[in-house]
Design a protein around this ligand. Structure first.
Ligand SMILES: [Zn+2]
Length: 395
């Protein structure tokens, strides 16, 4: 497994990204509780925005007028938006799917909306992220064979429609017209394994990159077919979607490992929506280049902190008089400055600062973990040893 890990460098219009990379989730153009300058300080190279949420509020045309997501949220580094497919999927009872697209109701005001591959591309071009995603259908779990196949085939047809629309409209990106952004040719700098790289832009303009998404439920053969069909359509990068939807973790790993075998080694591979610190290390070792997950930010807001000594539930009374740092091995601004006792007090008092500080530490822990994984891979060292850091019993 270790031999499949690789490091690389993806050049996007706004920033170079060292891979494997963890991408913090900024659902509504905000990583909850963390200002952009702090994200920069933590070393976040690329963050995620959710098309569904931004489409509903503040709306694509507003974001476009304000310079796209980069201008709107004052974030100079790379951004990736999802296609909206997963969010619509997670509002299961409110959606209606047919060949044309998905009709759904807004969770904000109940109004009716429609996403097709074309309109999802239009929205993502208007939002102007560096990397955007084909419109897919996330298959629910569990699903029977016929359902998994039908869903996978529709995702393949939607991928072709997404690509067609994107190719015809990619020049409409908000930062392209008055662009001062230099065109960046793709480069890669792998030290081990096969380097993932992005193809250079065809024209002299920097433009977005569209990734395809592999679906196929929990069936290895369907995943293989989905990968082959998506690769045949041809994208500069590929995502594995439809996982972490309630299946056992061992199954997630099995599907990831088998799907990776069918993706081109020289293109970036993005595993959507995973995972714990142990899992992101494990997936990087399997050859995944990009990952995102709400876990570090969401858990932080619930007082669950990831540390080099294991998980800490800061609400526990045992920390009430603990003068030590949250994580003695963490150099983040929270661990350098505050005690566990203070963090516990903030949480118990329901202070906004508790959410801010907890989130900063958890993100720092995830981003540091990936930094160490990159370092280990580049040295040719088995980076799986890092995983033992979290399974070590607390003394
Ligand atoms: Zn820390």
């Amino acid at each position: 497994m270790h031999g499949k890990a690789r490091t690389g460098r993806l050049l996007t219009p706004h920033a170079a990204i060292e891979t494997p990379v963890f991408m913090p989730v900024g659902t509504v153009a905000s990583v909850k509780g963390v200002p952009q300058d702090t994200l920069e300080e933590l070393g976040a190279q690329i963050i995620l925005g959710n098309t569904y949420h931004l489409y509903l509020r503040p709306g694509v045309s507003t974001v476009r007028k304000l310079g796209g997501l980069h201008g709107f949220m004052a974030w100079p580094r790379a951004i990736l938006t999802d296609s909206g497919g997963f969010q619509v999927f997670s509002l299961n009872e409110l959606r209606k799917v047919n060949e044309e697209g998905v009709t759904f109701r807004s969770h904000l005001d109940g109004s009716s909306h429609f996403f097709s591959p074309e309109s999802a591309m239009e929205a993502q071009i208007g939002l102007g992220a560096d990397i955007i995603m084909a419109f897919d259908e996330c298959t629910e779990y569990p699903a029977d064979q016929a359902r998994m196949r039908a869903s996978m085939e529709m995702t393949a047809r939607w991928a072709a429609r997404s690509k067609k629309y994107f190719e015809e409209h990619k020049s409409e990106v908000p930062w392209n017209a008055a662009s001062e952004i230099p065109t960046l040719a793709a480069q890669s700098a792998a030290r081990m394994g096969h380097p993932p790289s992005l193809d250079p832009p065809l024209s002299g303009h920097a433009c977005q990159t569209l990734f395809g998404i592999v679906q196929g439920g929990m069936d290895r053969a369907l995943r293989k077919e989905s990968a082959e069909r998506t690769v045949e359509i041809g994208f500069p990068g590929y995502a594995i979607g439809g996982l972490s939807v309630g299946e056992p973790r061992e199954l997630t790993r099995e599907i990831v490992e088998s799907t990776l075998e069918h993706l081109p080694v020289d293109k970036p591979r993005y595993l959507m929506g995973v995972g714990t610190p142990e899992e992101i290390v494990e997936y990087a070792n399997l050859g995944v280049d990009m990952m995102d997950c709400v876990l570090p930010t969401r858990a932080a807001r619930h007082g669950l902190l990831f540390t080099s000594e294991g998980k800490v539930s800061i609400k526990q009374a045992r920390y009430a008089q603990d003068a030590g740092p949250l994580d003695p091995n963490c150099g983040c601004r929270v661990c350098r400055r505050y005690s566990r006792a203070y963090l516990r007090h903030l949480y118990a008092s329901n202070e906004v600062l508790a959410q801010v500080l907890n989130t900063i530490h958890n993100l720092s822990f995830y981003l540091d973990t990936m930094r160490r994984v990159r370092h280990a891979i580049s040295l040719g060292v088995e980076s799986r040893f890092l995983a033992s850091l979290w399974s070590r019993p607390k003394t």
